[in-house]
Design a protein around this ligand. Sequence first.
Ligand code: ABU
Length: 475
Amino acid sequence: MTSPRDALDALFTEAARLAVDTLAQNHDRDQPVVRRVPPRELIAALELELPAEGRGLEGVLDLARKTLHWSVRTGHPRFLNQLFGGYDPAGILGEWVAALGNTSMYTYEAAPVGTVVELALIERLNRYVGFDQGEGVFAPGGSISNLMCVLAARQRAFPHVKHEGLNADDRPVMFTSCESHYSLKRAGMVAGIGTGGTVEVPVDAQGRMRPDALERLVVAEARRGRTPFLVAATAGTTVAGAFDPIDALADVAGRHGLWLHVDASYGGSALLSVRHRDLLAGIDRADSVAWNPHKMMGVPLACSATLMRERGTLVGTMGMNADYLFHEDSDQDWDLGDRTLQCGRRVDALKLWYAWQVHGDQGYAERIEGLFDQARRFRALVEQRAGFRLVREPMGTNVCFRYLPRAERGATGEARDRAEGAATLRIRAALADSGRFLVNYATLDGAPTFRLVASNPLTGDEDLVALLDAIEDEA
Ligand code: ABU
């Protein structure tokens, strides 16, 4: 009979081999980025039925192999589809260790290491933001961080809300750019102000929120009898990668006594680079910030910091003081559970801690600068090629572009937009079906547009050139 130790050894020795093989494949460009199959085919291939009687550990490695075979290779240099990409071995180890420890982040007692690591990392991130007396907590993603910040803003503007809820005459209204992430509007909906309580502010030609338009809208809403309480700026919009002018927006927020939140989920990591941190000038004037190390910093998903300028804000907003969990006679001051929307919470800090130890500030600065350079080089390639054009002047690591097939080169104006838009949809689907590239699209300035995200340091010029070649070939 196999001892428990031998059984574990057999499983995890083989699992470690699988991890090495899987990660090493990210260096092999002949591997497909994705094996696209319709959901029904995938369901059949995975044999999803659950057995009445357990099969034991026997088949579980095969399941893991199958899972990875059919998964998108987000570490592949030609995965250019989302705001994250690449892989970080130390970060992955952090995920494993978190699973091995299998605890929950609500109390110091249950998660002593996670607690002190999280606090140290929050302090470090706050230092980059410029929150000297700040606080924070990790959340399961940028959307939840944004939600927590909207709730904190609502709590400050309407202090009765925690106990009484909103009153009919509160009429809260918040402001964000028309190109900000949908989670902000959803946060408003969850916060009880309705999607109609979010006013979308127009943007300039690069996709940045216009401070003049913001001020006009704030004044107009106040005249209508609504109560402006929050401006949510974005550092790194999802599609165009635009950075709102935070300093100018902070001026407007300051003049009207509004909470300033910066959704820096995507672009916050630019703070790590001396070359690029000016894109976020003024972020130290914000009241709250969302920042996702799982994006540009390459830490495994999810790792999202929710940062507050003022200590005590989180407990003031979220705290429920459940005495069966947060005991008076314990290290209660160190318990993070009353600072979040969650009760059970994963130890997301470990992977960032390990990765930061490996890369250091310097390594991260180089990574971020490398990604910005990658986007700049791709922008130049787009400009140089006949038939390609930029739809927006990139500010960060997104490049939005379209291609006009040779046969339609005479088209101008709306006809050209239509032809480019149709080509975008057709070509990106063909590329994904072929497994060679995964690159996303969004409707921007009236038509579907390719959105390339520079997120993986492994992506080289050969990949960028190959993408443009492939688009021409598919067209
Ligand atoms: N949280 C926004 C991510 C969307 C994207 O990767 O395109």
